[in-house]
Write a protein that binds this ligand. Sequence first.
Ligand code: ATP
Ligand code: MG
Ligand code: MG
Ligand code: MG
Length: 486
Amino acid sequence: MTAQEIRQAFLNFFKEKQHHIVPSAPIVVKNDPTLMFTNAGMNQFKDLFLGESPIKYPRVVDTQRCLRVSGKHNDLEEVGIDTYHHTMFEMLGNWSFGDYFKKDAIDWSWELLTEVYKIPKEKIYVTYFEGDEKEGLEKDQEAYDFWKQYVDESHILPGNKKDNFWEMGDTGPCGPCSEIHVDCRTNKEKALVDGATLVNADHPQVIEIWNNVFMQFNRLKDGSLQSLPAKHVDTGMGFERLVRVLQEKTSNYDTDIFQPMIQFISEKSGIKYGADEKTDIAMRVMADHIRAISFVIADGQLPSNNKAGYVIRRILRRAVRYAYTFLNFKEPFLNQLVPLLAEQFKGVFDELLSQKDFVQKVVLEEEVSFLRTLEKGIKIFEEYVSNAKAMMHPEIFTEVNSQVAFELSDTFGFPIDLTELMAKEKGLKVDLIGYEQALKGQKDKSRAATAIDTGDWVIVNSDEQSEFVGYDDLEIETEILKYRKV
Ligand code: ATP
Ligand code: MG
Ligand code: MG
Ligand code: MG
């Protein structure tokens, strides 16, 4: 099956089960202080779950474009290094708003995966919530029993609160969830490891594809749980991972979702995909990042020096630098991938096709502007590293000086995480504390100079792992540092 057919089969399957097909919400979230980008299918239905807006259709199905580069879900560092975390990805979802519950959700997941998609049953593993005595949460025996009808008990695995209990926030709807993993290891790979605990990244070829959340409680302010009068189902399946499994590939990038772009990059760079790990990573990063960049711009957010705009500028600069350093693209190139993408998403997310020229132009301008300073910045960095290496014993020279990091960001527009990435490639860290102080010093100076208070950043995603992802332009990098220390 092609990716197109796989997506369509998902929508059709649930349509036949009386689900109403709804469009994806934009990837950029406006006017929600708790969220900058859509990071899951459920975001657009939040008010429904909270009972704050009326339920028009009790059963809904969609594919939602998501971005996980900030806040609670930040997969950026994995992207390109592993082959199944993307910045932008599609989340296929079916929803019940106070309608069907665990039995139907589990029956239909199984039917879809094994009868429509024909995934061999013995490759499937599922998880259920094991309970948490301390929190007074019971084991999800119901889910276990429904799965037992189909799945051998050795393939039904318990999961803890972290992985198998979903909460919207400190208060509000919550409940146990049940994940589906597919074991794509070869027999040879299987022979190498014990197969008993096979979930969640124990092996890169055992892949989590689908999460079924059963919202059955409401967490009150005092921390207690109340049974919800109307129970809901919220599911999310990673489309690119599903396609990888069905097309029997060992990497999402080998599917027909990414191959056209990878081949184009390979052709234009004159470097074969598969030739070398470093150039492969660079190609994967480019193919991945251009999707995030394009959709964010198409959904109305331009690159800029603050908030969501800076998040996307960082991703773009990261991609430009990979292209420049590893694939020898010294001229703007990323923007040429935009028409390919627009064509690919025709009929799915037409937003990109209708704004293709605009998006391409914005990316081009960003590339031109960063390429102006990139070469010089890299040169300064390289010179600094080789001088320091010549002068210092390797055991002493472990960190890039904060002044260098500061100069790279201040004068050459290198986001701090890019400097960190370059340092990592040389086996070095960056003196982040010193960098933070340098930034603060600059900020104090500029505050004193202008006597204007610029400290109006917004705190988003205020759950317990609270990260800051909203900032004004002076504070942004400091905030990223704070996030990274969590
Ligand atoms: P993982 O453990 O692999 O990071 P997750 O548990 O964080 O995934 P969920 O929040 O449960 O993911 O999201 C539902 C589904 O979306 C996952 O089962 C997976 O198939 C897919 N998914 C999640 N994050 C990504 C990503 N960064 N890129 C591609 N697909 C993803
Ligand atoms: Mg994750
Ligand atoms: Mg997971
Ligand atoms: Mg999950």
